[in-house]
Every structure is written in structure tokens, then in C-alpha cells.
Design a protein around this ligand. Sequence first.
Ligand SMILES: [Zn+2]
Ligand SMILES: [Zn+2]
Length: 77
Amino acid sequence: MTCKGICIRHKAQKPVGSGRYASGQKRCQICEIFIKWDGLWCPCCGYRLRTKPRNLKYKAKLRAKVAPAPVLTVRKR
Ligand SMILES: [Zn+2]
Ligand SMILES: [Zn+2]
């Protein structure tokens, strides 16, 4: 999985007024580029494209989901 230079042809311009992901652009981690592409996989290197931003809010949501239920302490007499 390496960059073959094909992604340059699909390179997306930075949108004005909205986010890259919001305007349908996808990020390739291998090519380190934002491209305008309909598929889930990079047409250049074949790696899975990122369609959602990796921000702290998203991470926090995930963490909240997997957080264990509070343990109730039982007092013994
Ligand atoms: Zn590439
Ligand atoms: Zn790529």
C-alpha cells in the first residue's frame, strides 16, 4: 500500500464555509491528501478512506459507550 500519484488527480480543494468531510471529501492516511472520491477505498493506494473527522467529541462519545456501569458497594454488617 503505497502512493502511486493517482490521488493528485482527485485532489480536493479546501472548501469555503464548511468542513472537508461535510462537503464530501475523504482523507487518505497513506497519501496524506484529501480527495473527492465516491468510493470507500483510495483509488491510488487502495487504503480505506476516512470519512469522519477524528475529533475529541467523537472520542468522548465512544469512551462513554464503553465505560463500565458504576459499581455499587454493599456494606456488610
Ligand atoms: Zn496517492
Ligand atoms: Zn491513498
